[in-house]
Ligand binder design. Structure first.
Ligand code: NDP
Length: 291
């Protein structure tokens, strides 16, 4: 028979997780801080534990899906003794350092800790395209991998509990920069009356073809050799400065453009104008100390 599991935290994500586990035959116990969120799951066969302690006590594996790091500790610290000897998979979004702190706390209490990060929205959990990242206890991951794979494709990064968060937030950082670029570009053509719904059909193929350049940029980063005879920093400066000037001429802001300009300008100021644009990663790796 499938292993029993407890899901604590029944927000949009926790409900999606519990629903998939139930649908796959896992005896599923659930708990949520405020009432009402378990009702649909109970109708499908879940057991509402009523208290967090009862939920933890019901299964050797507890999945926590709460709001943030603070809520994980607020909720789980009072039940640390009950969690002792069990596996805790925490898929709450936290920073890497927070995940390491939770892992250290878990180790103090004899809790087998696996940190997780979900690259999915609730509707995707349990469907193709859903991806979950894990780090921390290797034995917990290996022992429960078949069950975790039900939620989405699982990737394990190693015993350092911070790694799943680090990779998750790195992926999100790439996504947010792309979204920011979309917003800026759409605001630019919007000053001429362009419809966002029409412009997007020009932008998406362009971004997709530009994304195809990233592996060649990655090779330059790996080699650490930024010499180039195409697309120097000075060349890119004139393009990005023209984007900023045009934006200002059209009466819109440059909040999305300014950070890229600043990174380019710093490399040029340090004497690297003839080098590849890819060198801006050095400015990110070695930030100007904050005052
Ligand atoms: P929701 O806001 O829908 O749910 C938050 C849950 O946390 C609720 O069950 C809430 O309980 C509970 N909670 C908050 N504070 C406490 C506390 N102090 N003690 C106990 N329980 C608490 O969020 P989601 O389900 O969408 O997200 C859950 C996690 O998943 C977050 O870390 C989020 O960043 C991450 N995530 C979400 C994605 C999404 O698309 N939604 C995508 C990827 C990751 P109550 O009902 O009582 O308020």
């Amino acid at each position: 028979a499938a292993n029993p599991v407890s899901v604590v935290g029944l927000g949009a994500m926790g409900q999606a997780i519990a629903a998939v586990l139930l649908a796959n035959g896992h005896p599923t116990t659930v708990w949520n801080r405020s009432a009402g969120k378990a009702d649909e799951l109970v109708a499908r066969g879940a057991v509402d534990a009523g208290t967090l302690g009862a939920a933890v006590g019901a299964s050797p594996l507890v999945i926590a899906c709460l709001l943030d790091h603070a809520s994980v500790h607020e909720a789980l610290e009072p039940v640390a003794d009950l969690l002792s000897g069990r596996v805790l998979v925490n898929v709450t979004t936290t920073t890497a350092a927070e995940a390491r702190r939770t892992a250290a706390w878990a180790a103090e209490h004899g809790i087998d800790y696996l940190d997780g990060a979900m690259i999915a929205v609730p509707q995707m959990i349990g469907r193709p395209g859903s991806s979950l990242l894990y780090s921390g206890s290797r034995t917990a991951f290996e022992q429960h991998r078949a069950m975790l794979d039900l939620l989405g494709a699982s990737t394990y990064f190693g015993e350092d509990a911070g790694l799943a968060s680090l990779y998750d937030l790195a992926l999100l950082s790439g996504m947010y920069a792309m979204f920011g670029g979309f917003f800026h570009a759409t605001a630019m053509v919007g000053t001429a009356g362009a419809k966002a719904t029409e412009f997007v059909s020009m932008l998406v193929p362009w971004l997709k073809s530009m994304a195809d350049l990233l592996p060649s940029y990655a090779e330059i980063i790996e080699k650490g050799d930024y010499t180039t005879d195409v697309q120097s920093l000075l060349f890119n400066k004139s393009a990005v400065d023209a984007i900023a000037r045009t934006s200002l001429e059209q009466g819109i802001g440059v909040d999305m453009v300014a950070p890229v300009q600043a990174l380019i300008d710093r490399q040029i100021a340090e004497g690297h104008g003839a080098d590849s644009f890819v060198r801006v990663i050095e400015g990110i790796r070695n930030p100007v100390p904050r005052s």
